[in-house]
Design a protein. Structure first.
Length: 210
């Protein structure tokens, strides 16, 4: 297989990163694999549930980014990896793993993937999904309460204590590293069409030279 074309999709919580990821997966069906930074939260078996819940999950230090870089390099080289799985309800890494196969298009998604230069350097194109803060927090509340079983109070506390300040400190400044800023993510049909054309051209070029 020719070298994979790597796409980094970053942006704040609830910005629409996953919507954009899903749109690209749908367009390049059978040609994509996705690696989520969220699955690389560090393991904290020695802490109680309450202690784990109090951790700052929005800081770069919360992630085992070194492992993600190692596994991304392995995928780029054409080999499969066993990606860790994170249990958001338990605030800890699961004992399960997910087998990720190499593919012509590798999508890397996460709020802080541009904050680590070594990781950002592995991405052929870096996309930053930019969405208003009020829209993002509403989406975050809906996701965490409905999908992850959190209470509204805990979501509010986490947002004010860590999510908002870490966004301002790490996520927003990383926008400067993006090759393209995409307002509203996968709902931006003009940007999506441009991306699809560029990725399609890159895949064909790689296949021709590989």
């Amino acid at each position: 297989m020719s070298r994979s074309f790597t796409i980094g999709i970053a942006g704040g919580t609830g910005s629409g990163k996953t919507t954009l990821t899903r749109a690209l997966i749908e367009r390049f069906a059978g040609q994509t694999s996705v690696i989520y930074h969220d699955n690389y939260y560090k393991q904290h078996d020695g802490l109680s549930y309450d202690e784990r819940a109090a951790l700052n999950f929005d800081s770069p230090d919360a992630f085992d980014t070194a492992l993600m870089i190692e596994q991304l390099r392995t995928l780029i080289s054409g080999q499969a990896v066993d990606c860790p799985v994170y249990d958001f309800a338990d605030h800890n890494r699961s004992s399960e793993t997910i087998r990720i196969e190499p593919a012509p298009v590798l999508i890397v998604e996460g709020i802080l993937i541009f904050s680590e230069p070594e990781l950002a350097d592995l991405l052929d194109i870096k996309l930053f999904v930019d969405t208003d803060a009020d829209v993002r927090i509403l989406r975050r509340i809906k996701r965490d309460v409905i999908e992850r079983g959190r209470t509204l109070e805990s979501v509010e506390q986490q947002y004010l204590k860590t999510v908002k300040p870490m966004h301002e400190l790490y996520v927003e400044p990383a926008k400067r590293r993006a090759d393209l800023i995409v307002p509203e993510g996968g709902h931006n049909l003009v940007a999506l069409d441009m991306l699809i054309r560029h990725i399609d051209s890159s895949i064909r070029s790689s296949a021709a030279t590989g």
